[in-house]
Design a protein around this ligand. Sequence first.
Ligand SMILES: [Zn+2]
Length: 878
Amino acid sequence: MPLAAVLAAVLPAFLLAAEPQPRPSEEHAAELYQRGEYEACRAECVRALQRNLYGEDWPLLKARAELARGRYRAAHATVEEGLKRYSWSIRLRRLAIITSRFTGREELAARYRNEILELAERYTWRYTDSDNLVALGWTMLESGTDAAEVLERYFQRAQKSYPKSPVGFVAAAELALRKSDDSLASEIVTAARREFPDDTELLHLRARIAARSDRKHFAATAADVLRHNPNHVPTLRLLAQDAIDREQYGTAREHLERALQTNPLDPDCWALLAVLAELQNDPRGAAICRDRALSRWTRNPRVDHLIGRKLSQKYRFAEGAAAQQRALELDPHFVPARIQLAEDLLRLGDEERGWQLAEDAFAQDRYDLTAFNLLELHDRLQRFATIGDEHFLVRMDRGEADVYGSEVLELLNRARSVLAEKYGVQPAEPVIVEIFSDPDDFAVRTFGLPGASGYLGVCFGRVITANSPLAHRDTPANWHSVLWHEYAHVITLQATANRIPRWFSEGISVYEERQADSRWGMRMNAAHRRRILEQGVPPISELSSLFLTARSGADVAFAYYVSSLAVEFLIERHGPASVRAVLNDLRDGLPVEVALNRRMAPPAELDTHFAEFARWRAAAYAPDADWSVPDLAALLNDDGDALQTWLQQHPNNVAALKAATRQALDNDDAATARKYAERLIRLVPEDTDSPDNGYRLLARATRLAGDAAAERAVLEQWAQRGDAPVEPLRKLLEDALPQLDPAARRTIGDDDTPQVPQHLTALARQTAVWAARLRQVDPMLPIVHRSAAAAALLLNDRPAAVRALQALTHLQPEDPAEVHYALAWLLQTTDRAAARRHVLLALEQAPRFRAALRLLRQIHREAGPADARAGRAESTRR
Ligand SMILES: [Zn+2]
């Protein structure tokens, strides 16, 4: 029985009526507010105010509880009433600024702000506690004080002087987050957590930081806030945003509806509902939601800023930019909208306006890291080389452009001619392609902030950014396939006006990589196989989620692979024309499930068939291999030959074969190692990438046996199958070069067609292919160009030799004089000016280089007197 009922049962009625209510306590009221019991909190405040209890916290807390419920008029009245008694309060005035705006009295907001500044100036001594320092800090910031100064003089001072109050920490972290300084925000919140483990605002800030940089822990941190305060509207909004990012629009709506139960007028909730409507092609609904968001504070720039930011995150940059422009019309001083607009325009390829806005934003706010980083990048981009034609504008590091810039352009044009036709798209051009050798530059250009890693390239529709091969030498990737993938995004993004789900866009890009070259793109491997056979594939509608909820590199790889498998399934079952039709429907604004249903089959049916297709594909991978994992430690530790015996009974067990090969290699038993490695390759010929794949093990075994021919054969096989097989290709080229080089050098200076022994011609042909393939992975390796040049000279392929030698001149060759002389000799009949330039460069390196002197004389003789004078003029200018 509850206590009140017990009392009612035993006490006379008059005693009950007189039972005194406990005196309202500020701590209790604040606690109720923290827990999200806003009505109870308000009631407590009302009781206190009725009793005339002293303290500005009572009206403050009452107004905050009313604001949390969207009762703006009541809150405004509370604040004004409070100010009658506490006329000196700047904290009440801070709230009054908000309540004035939300009750259509914008002009009052400015008045309250000026009053705060006056009071603070007149009675400095009065406002030095943490709450007042924070209130003052925000006011100073809004009045144009530098953010760094506000942080130090107000918020950090509040932190240091009042370490027992969380407000200084909350304000400092909030400001850092607003300025994109996530690491500072995280530092502050972590430090404060020990002291205030239950503070809702600090918990919420933690969730916000996680939402931006630590997706793995976001769900847990958000749940933590809601455990403390189930009605915490900002956290529910954060969850909605996360669901929008994962394309889980139904879930997003649920979170928002729950938040609106607490505050039916919350502008950010309505802004997010507008985003949902926009994403579901309901412009009328979007307009209604936006109106609702602006119904109380009509010039609130945050509404359009938020709408635009979410649309941009969905790659809807044009609509996003329009929203930022609306935000700036409502409030021209709202810097976040200006920065976001700058980024949007840069992603749309409208560079001139984009950079100008970044500069304007920085002039307005020198603490904002995004603007600062963008301007730093802009300076560095000035030093990049720009190459291009009518379809592409490529910017890259000068040193790299000299070596493989023209190949980039060729590849992009090839992708364009294949993909634009295939999908029937006339892309807006020129497409801008920026290739960065510094991963931080790539990250700033792509995400606005340095530090993001793991991306090879990103495409925004008309702008592609990519990391250069130099940026990820330790994890080699094929840059041809990377750019092909990104260009496929250009096509699908433009085909749909950027209205394409993530899985579909990535799926098509990876699929098109494989179509262009069967070695490119993600392929089935042991990990994908196991995942599909053990857990199946998710429904198509959940594929996009995989990208955001990935907890490891393997998860991300699976997201890409399984998306590409879904596309492959759709194309195989329903034909490329229906995929194009779906893209057109998406452009017209149809949700993807509707388009798939219309052009292919109902979603449930597609899901069932896709699951079968994936299972079948997985089962077809290395069908004879036994993937079970035996207790290898026990087998290996056995003194006898337990592993060998076990293998006799399980001859196709992959894990045991690898272990046995390694064991044999360690024991210098080449014959046994070879036997097992060969069996591994037979069982899983597709595996070229895992650390102890059959090829690598067999190469070691053949080397151990001293069988050079067999080693070369396996390296060739390995190189032939891999997507970025740097290891075998390098080895093959390093072995071939000493064989080719002497004969290749002899061809220079000899005007007759070279007489090359047959075995060298065959090797030269293969070398040319290997060099071209390694150039697709690491074009800045000198061996690539040296071996390509030697092969081309022996094959009498002069254009290829010139190209390779020219690349080599930019890679600090050991023998620059010889390289320039060879170029001069090759170019003497086709480009005499270039030939003369190179021969002079050779002589500059080696003034007594006889053959070069002879060649120079010969060039001058053939050029005649006029040309020769020009030559001398050039040589003296140097
Ligand atoms: Zn992609």
